[in-house]
Design a protein around this ligand. Structure first.
Ligand code: NAD
Ligand code: UFG
Length: 340
C-alpha cells in the first residue's frame, strides 16, 4: 500500500515507518517539523534501507495537502500530526483546537475530495477521562470525557469521524486509542526526543539516568493501588508501530468508524517501572516521592481484546524490554537528535 503518514517524523510516526517498510508499504510523510527533526528519517533509512518522501508542510494548509494528494494515489492515511502536551493545551487552548481539530478538518476535506477514505487516527486513552475504577480494564464502550483541551481535541475528532462515517458509508475510520507509549527501537537509533523538560514518566527517567536531570519525583504514593503509586498501561513503541501495520491490513475490511484500544492489557505502577529501569541500568535511579499531580488517575489500563479480535494484534514486549530499549536510545543519544 502507499500510505500518507502525517506527523511521520515524530516519535510514534518514525517507528511506524520502520514497521510499515518491514511490511512492504510505500510511505509519503507530511510533517511541518514543529515537534520533530528530519534526523529521525535518516535513522529510518539506516534501519530500513528506505527513506520516506518528506513533504514539509502543515495539515491545515489546504494548498499543501491538495498538492500532496494530487501528486500520488494513496491507499490509506495514518494521521499522527498534532500537538500532544496536556499542560501546554491548558495554557494554549486555541492553538490546540486550531492545530488538532481545524487542521484535521482540512485534511479530511481534501481526502474526501480525492476519494481517499481509509483513515487511521491517533486517538488516546485520554478520551476515557479519569476512569471510574469499576470500568477497569477499559473497554472501548467505557464512558468518554475530556479533562483538558488536548483530550477534547481527541474526543471531538472521534465524534466528527463517527458522524462522517454515519453520513457516508464509504469512509473507513479506525480510531486507535493508545495507552502509554514508551521505549525506543531496539537499535538505539530512534527514540523519544521531547523538547524541554519532559512531562511524561519514561523520558523523565531516562534523562535522570543520563545526568540531564537531577532526580525523578514520583507523583503520589498514597493511591489505592498495590504499592500506592499510579498504575498505567505502558506499551512499547515498536508494538504500537506494529499495531498500525495490523490496522493497515484490516482497514479496508472495517467500514464505518471503529474505536480500538492499543495497550498491553495490564497495569504497571510507577514504582514497578522505576524498578525495571534500575535493573536495565544496573544502578539505582535517583528519585523521591512527591505529592500527587493534579488531574492524574490512580489507575488506567486497557482491555486489549478488541485489537486481538479485529486486528489479530497484541503486544509482545514487556516493561523490561521498554526500559532496556529506552535506555539504549538515551545513552547512545544523550541529547536526542540534537547535534546528530
Ligand atoms: P510527536 O510530537 O513526536 O509527533 C507528532 C508529529 O506531528 C511531529 O513530527 C510534529 O512535527 C507533527 N505535527 C504537529 N502538528 C502538525 C501539523 N499541523 N502539520 C503537520 N505536522 C504536524 O508525537 P507522538 O508522540 O509521535 O504522537 C503522535 C500522535 O499520537 C499525536 O497525535 C498524539 O496526540 C498521539 N498520542 C500520543 C501519545 C504519546 O504518549 N506519545 C499517547 C496517545 C496519543
Ligand atoms: N509520573 C511521575 N513522575 C513524573 C511523570 C509522571 O510520577 O515525573 C507518573 C504520573 O503521575 C502517572 C505516570 O507516571 O502516574 C504516567 O504519567 P505520564 O505523564 O507519563 O502519562 P499519563 O498517563 O499521565 O498521560 C499520558 C499522556 C496523555 C495520554 C495518556 C494516555 O501524557 O496525553 O498517557 O495515553 F492521554
Amino acid at each position: 500500500m502507499h500510505i500518507l503518514v502525517t506527523g511521520g517524523a515524530g516519535y510514534i510516526g518514525s517507528h511506524t515507518c520502520v514497521a510499515a517498510y518491514a511490511a512492504g508499504h510505500t510511505i509519503t510523510i507530511l510533517d511541518n517539523l514543529s515537534n520533530s527533526s528530519p534526523e529521525s528519517l535518516n535513522r529510518v533509512e539506516k534501519i530500513s534501507g528506505r527513506r520516506p518522501r518528506l513533504v514539509v508542510g502543515d495539515i491545515g494548509d489546504r494548498s499543501v495537502v491538495r498538492s500532496v494528494l494530487d501528486s500520488e494515489k494513496f491507499d490509506a492515511v495514518i494521521h499522527f500530526a498534532g500537538y500532544k502536551a496536556v499542560g501546554e493545551s491548558v495554557a494554549k487552548p486555541w492553538e490546540y483546537y486550531q492545530n488538532n481539530v481545524a487542521g484535521t478538518l482540512v485534511l479530511l476535506d481534501e481526502l474526501r475530495r480525492h476519494g481517499v477514505r481509509n483513515f487511521i487516527f491517533s486517538s488516546s486513552a485520554t478520551v476515557y477521562g479519569n476512569p471510574d475504577p469499576k470500568d477497569l480494564p477499559l473497554k472501548e464502550t467505557a464512558p468518554l470525557s475530556a479533562l483538558n483541551p488536548y483530550g477534547a481535541t481527541k474526543l471531538w475528532l472521534e465524534e466528527i469521524m463517527r458522524a462522517m462515517a454515519a453520513a457516508d458509508p464509504a469512509w473507513h475510520f479506525l480510531l486507535l486509542r493508545y495507552f502509554n507509549p514508551v521505549g525506543a527501537h531496539e537499535s538505539g537509533l530512534m527514540g523519544e526526543d521531547p523538547a524541554g523538560i519532559p512531562n511524561n514518566l519514561m523520558p523523565y527517567i531516562t534523562q535522570v539516568a543520563v545526568g540531564r536531570l537531577k532526580e525523578l519525583t514520583i507523583f503520589g504514593n498514597d493511591y489505592p493501588t498495590p504499592d500506592g503509586t499510579g498504575v498505567r498501561d505502558y506499551i512499547h513503541v515498536c508494538d504500537l508501530a506494529e499495531g498500525h501495520v495490523a490496522a493497515l491490513a484490516k482497514v479496508a475490511d472495517l467500514p464505518g468508524c471503529t474505536a480500538i484500544n492499543l495497550g498491553s492489557g495490564s497495569g504497571v505502577s510507577v514504582a514497578q517501572l522505576v524498578a525495571s529501569f534500575e535493573k536495565a541500568i544496573g544502578r539505582p535511579l535517583p528519585h523521591r516521592f512527591g505529592p500527587r499531580r493534579p488531574g492524574d488517575a490512580a489507575a488506567c489500563y486497557a482491555d486489549a481484546s478488541k485489537a486481538l479480535q479485529l486486528l489479530g494484534w497484541k503486544t509482545k514486549r514487556n516493561s523490561d524490554d521498554m526500559c532496556r530499549d529506552a535506555w539504549n536510545w538515551q545513552s547512545k543519544n544523550p541529547n536526542g537528535y540534537k547535534n546528530a
